[in-house]
Write a protein that binds this ligand. Structure first.
Ligand code: FCB
Length: 454
């Protein structure tokens, strides 16, 4: 079917949601900022990883990216003109600390201070993420998140940033997607730092969660009226078949993918089933750690992209459960299935299982190959439909009583998509990487009309 003849989905109206519902876009530092060697920024694990041949599909890096470090006023103008009332960004740790135990870099602090002022001037509520994967390389050289001392280093970052921005930034996300930090970066190895050791990955997950839990009271101490939380990447799961082996595999996968993170955050400790399965690979947990991780939070961030189908596969490390590639369904250019109802289902499950308080969808979006027409138009019908249909699912979740209070589309602009480099575009706004020109895609124009209730 040609994109222009697809049936138009039904979408809700902005007025179907509460008036104070947050409508944002999300970005992250390494994916958009560029300016890798500017104003005292030091090397991050993603600079090192990208410089390693074969790691990034197009051989690129985030060295220039969208040059947001210099072009942020234009990007924030775009966000304001779309009608957003919130904006999620992350802080590049290597701009703030250039060595262990050093003083914060004034130029790095000032950059984020200007950026936050820019958001407030444009009516965008700032949502700061402290860690969206760009660990300083000097910390990785000492073992990275596998080392307990990285927790202390993270607390120094949290302290410096909340002191600097806490008078203006009230919403703080400690970590983006600990699963990716831990498992993709340290076991699957296709993200920085590129390690492939399961024991390391589990220890990393523990230190990341611990750093979250210890940061929460610190954020509260430094920021009047702070709202602190964490963003997890979660998928609704389906078993590949009704075969009890597939169902058991799905349950093992679920225990690691979902419960391993959520159970300790909500005071239940690590799932016994996983501890039993992983044996000696279990992380070292010191007395008091689980209490620290369970620090009460003000909200939960959920990043939703797609559901996963799981099959039993005894040879598949670490748990004999394999995620199947989607078959025959609608899929995006990432090979991810499109299933808006999965978002409502996931949000309802999280609410039922943990009652985490207010929930925010802190990322949701889609990747397609965009074509810029001669007149400059980018008719990204499938991305526009993905957005419309997911807002429908969001509305369904609200109607079902899930306390969802905001939605951040991933992403404002096309950007460096990690191991895929610049080959994959998720932006509502197109970037021409030769000229750095920004152009609104049809999806951005639709979001604008939704937000402005035109
Ligand atoms: C999420 C990441 C984000 C982006 C999207 C597509 O897992 O948090 O940085 O890469 O996927």
């Amino acid at each position: 079917m040609s994109t222009s003849t697809r049936p138009e989905p039904q979408a809700p109206q902005r007025t179907d949601f509460e008036q104070d519902f947050l409508w944002g876009c999300a970005t992250s530092s390494y994916q958009i900022e560029g300016a890798a060697n500017v104003d005292g920024r030091v090397e991050s694990i993603w600079d090192r990883f990208a410089a390693t041949p074969g790691r990034i599909r197009d051989g690129s890096s985030g060295a220039v990216a969208c040059d947001h470090y210099h072009r942020w006023p234009e990007d924030l103008d775009i966000g304001r003109d779309l009608g957003l009332n919130a904006y999620r960004f992350s802080i590049a740790w290597p701009r703030i600390f250039s060595e262990v135990g050093g003083k914060p870099n004034q130029k790095g602090l000032d950059f984020y201070s200007r950026l936050v002022d820019g958001m407030l001037e444009r009516g965008l509520q700032p949502w700061a993420t402290l860690y969206h994967w760009d660990l300083p390389q000097y910390l990785q050289d000492r073992g990275g998140w596998n080392e307990r001392s990285t927790v202390d280093a993270f607390l120094e970052l949290a302290d410096a940033m909340t002191r600097k921005l806490g008078d203006r930034v009230k919403h703080w996300i400690t970590h983006n997607e600990p699963w990716c930090t831990a498992i993709i970066g340290n076991f699957e190895g296709w993200h920085a730092p590129g390690l492939t050791d399961f024991k390391t990955a589990l220890q990393v997950s523990h230190h990341v969660l611990l750093s979250h839990g210890k940061a929460v009271p610190l954020i509260r101490a430094n920021v009047p009226d702070a709202k602190a939380g964490i963003s997890l990447s979660l998928h609704p799961l389906r078993a590949a078949s009704a075969d009890p082996r597939d169902i058991a595999a799905m349950e093992r996968h679920d225990a690691l993918r979902y419960r391993w993170f959520l159970d300790p955050l909500y005071g239940r400790g690590y799932p016994a089933r996983i501890l039993e399965l992983v044996g000696a690979d279990a992380p070292a947990v010191l007395p008091g750690d689980l209490e620290a991780i369970a620090a009460p939070t003000d909200f939960l961030g959920v990043n939703y992209y797609f559901p996963e189908t799981i099959a039993d596969d005894p040879g598949h490390a670490p748990l004999g459960a394999r995620v199947l590639p989607p078959q025959g369904e609608e899929i995006t250019a990432m090979g991810w299935p499109v299933e808006p109802a999965g978002m409502a289902e996931l949000l309802a499950r999280v609410e039922k299982d943990y009652r985490p308080g207010p929930i925010y969808v802190t990322e949701n979006g889609s990747c397609y190959e965009d074509v810029v027409a001669v007149d400059g138009r980018i008719e990204d019908t499938r991305r526009r439909h993905y957005l419309m249909r997911h807002l429908g699912a969001l509305h369904d979740a609200v109607k079902a009583g899930v306390p969802v209070k905001g939605y951040f589309a991933w992403s404002l602009v096309d950007n460096f998509e990690w191991a895929e480099g610049y080959l994959k575009r998720f932006g509502l706004v197109h970037i021409d990487y030769d000229t750095q020109q920004r152009r609104l895609k049809d999806s951005a124009k639709w979001y604008r009309s939704f937000l402005k209730a035109e």
